[in-house]
Ligand binder design. Sequence first.
Ligand SMILES: NC(=O)c1ccc[n+]([C@@H]2O[C@H](COP(=O)([O-])OP(=O)(O)OC[C@H]3O[C@@H](n4cnc5c(N)ncnc54)[C@H](OP(=O)(O)O)[C@@H]3O)[C@@H](O)[C@H]2O)c1
Length: 300
Amino acid sequence: MAIPVILVFGATGKIGGALVEELLPAHAAGRVKLVAAVRRPEAAPAFEARGLEARLIDLDLAETRGLEPIVGAMRGVDRVFLLTGYDVRMIAQSKAAIDAARAVGASQIVHVGAHASPDTTIVHFAWHQVVEAYIDRSGVDATHLRPTSFMQNLPLLLQVGGAQPGVLPHYLGDARTSWVDTGDVARVAAVALREPKAHAGRAYGLGTEAASMPEIAALLAEITGLPWRDEAREPAGFLRTMTALGADPVYMACVRNVFERTRSGSLKDAADTFDTVQRLTGRAPTTLRDYIERHRAAFS
Ligand SMILES: NC(=O)c1ccc[n+]([C@@H]2O[C@H](COP(=O)([O-])OP(=O)(O)OC[C@H]3O[C@@H](n4cnc5c(N)ncnc54)[C@H](OP(=O)(O)O)[C@@H]3O)[C@@H](O)[C@H]2O)c1
């Protein structure tokens, strides 16, 4: 039987990078052929050095160059891991990838979306739901991964917040929100990609622990032995800061709205948690305590 070819979009990012690590042993053992999709040529050598093929795919180029170059780059691919970035262009990027996956006869798409109730009115969550519906319409077997807030956002808050040492700036008031480690999202993606049939037509919520920012600041203090405290800020400041740093203002306005509605309590699904990681991987998920202990240097 031919070795299944797995193409990983977002291989240079957090989840995609962790997924490559997760699937490398199966690649090295010849059970799968792992291919990294890179949109910048300079990203290719790092994958090639580890024995992976890297294919140059910039999904934004579909609009000006048509779908054919993407179809060409995806030839021979059986299973697609689809992830896009923090940008309104994610809708068109996803459509191009899904259309190309269908054109090359791929048999599976594992897609990273976001957890939200089916009738959500949060706009970027709705974009993810529209992408999921388009995947379902494509006829390609699909597994939808729906993570909540990434634990990896915590060091990011310190970087962009420009706060004093020992201060955790945030925009959530005292509300609890749900957290997941991107490594756990990648591990679940790997399970689905290894056994497509078992996970076809499934959607998995991925949020393993609920905690408020004051609770996380207390955890930081306990683990590092330093006097951490949280600092609640106005969500509008998040949008200003991220936009000034070059992030997409359309997407970041959606994140601001999530912050507004989480702290006001009108986002009922914000603190949902699931047993997906334990159930699918057979391993306990990373807790916030584990995450902070592993990344102690970032908080010390
Ligand atoms: N952060 C959260 O709390 C959270 C929660 C729930 C869901 N999500 C979802 O998670 C996803 C992001 O995951 P992540 O944090 O792992 O992403 P990430 O680290 O920001 O990586 C994004 C990846 O997408 C690639 N990419 C960007 N534009 C592309 C294009 N035009 N063509 C091809 N590839 C392109 C990037 O390549 P380069 O390296 O070249 O830029 C990078 O590899 C988003 O869909 C987001 O909505 C996030």
